[in-house]
Design a protein around this ligand. Sequence first.
Ligand code: GLC
Length: 511
Amino acid sequence: MYNSMKRSSWYENTVFYEIYVPSFCDGNGDGTGDLKGVISRIPYLRRLGISGIWLTPFYPSPRVDNGYDISDYRDVDPAFGTLADFDMLLQKAHQAGIRVILDMVLNHTSDHHPWFRESRSSAHSPYRDYYLWEKEIPCNWESFFDGNAWEYDDTAGMYYYHAFSKKQVCLNWSCLQVRRECAEILRFWLDRGVDGFRLDVINFLKTDRSAFGFDNPVENGVMRHIYDKNQKGIYDAIKEISNVVHAYPGKYLLGEIGEDDLYLIKSYVGEGLLDSAFQFNLGSMEKLDVAYVAEQLRRMEAEGVYPTLFFSSHDMRRHFNRLCGKDLVKAELLAVFLLTAKGIPFLYQGEEIPMEDLPVESPRDLRDIQGRYGYEKKLAEGEGEEAAFLYARERSRDYARGMVDWEREKYEDSLVCAYRKLLDIRKSHLSLCMGEYGEIRQQGGLLYYQRIWEKEKIGVYLCFGEGSLTVPYTDVLYEVKDEKGRIRGILRYEQESSWCGAYSLEPSSSE
Ligand code: GLC
């Protein structure tokens, strides 16, 4: 079980901000985001009060999957800038007290990567074993993006394996040389001074070729991905990565574990493994369900998981649309939650102003590979255009990837002041960063928890439902009011729990 003593690592007291580089800020006027754009926003990020950024891939890439298909791990794509820009970014961020972690995709490379070109060129190439080649398709595994996971390559005269698009070729992690190369790539960026990594789909590493002997079960036409992830040998591979990274003191290793099972997620975190992992069980919930949130908080407590807190990312719809239905009060309440519940917050670019989902209204708006493939697949199966589009729209991840409109910062409905104030309160109250939970309660649309650190006890009351709060209005650090002036959220110093009578369906006396 994590205890307060353990939470002395910087990352456990950091508020991260995800920067999806292609759409964060345009620094050279070409209409898309780049590293100069990121540099230009560092003063803003500093004033906002975040203390870490997660940069999504900016490496050279054909950008079939927006950079998650890397063709050179040691450089910057010219569309995003240069290595000198990167060094400048790191220096400026550090000067502003902001740490920087990089997205690192070690599961697969682009098919344009020189390793793959070499690998396919000859059976005798020293790179042949870098990827997973088979003479015949060995099992029924499907890729997550585009159908069969086995692609025939004319040059090699064999099939190669890809868990994502066929342009994202999976590396063979049972090959010693692949592991050595990946270690060198990590060192390259660590030597430049980065503070850690977010490891992309890290439990998908192919560490056990014998798993090809097993078909995945298919239920109601949907494949259950059993044998193509969490393979035998995965923990050893992650230990090796961890050894490389943690040989540099104070570096942070965060994993994207594509699982909902908390027990499994937790198994990747600990001494010699990852420092933390995303918990999608809470972060990707489809509807705002307060009982579910309370249940997940309790489960993470019971499992001894130190949570990551987020509701948005480049892979899901923005929570302003998805969970809040564009209701500003709910968005502010969720901001309070993200910045006061136990765990490491990961804000997504633009949620503070608040950006809305990009409209995806016609097949032309489908840019994401997952959406585009879904559309083509349905058309090929004989579906009409509309049905194909509706199917594809569900799968597309374009929604949260629109250019951030920085003009919104000045809008009246911007939440940026709320985020700033909450980040400020968090900084000056150890219970909100390091505290244990006291009570966690939920009743209808009301969520209540206490954070406790030594003598400091803070109560957080969040009323997502129709009622309003009737908590004694003393020692209040922060409040959320709705458009009628009713109190919907309170952060206050707690003497004892004021839960009883905290919630009322009547208008509160403050009205
Ligand atoms: C991760 C990334 C996602 C990408 C996938 C394949 O899930 O977040 O954007 O498409 O990995 O690399």
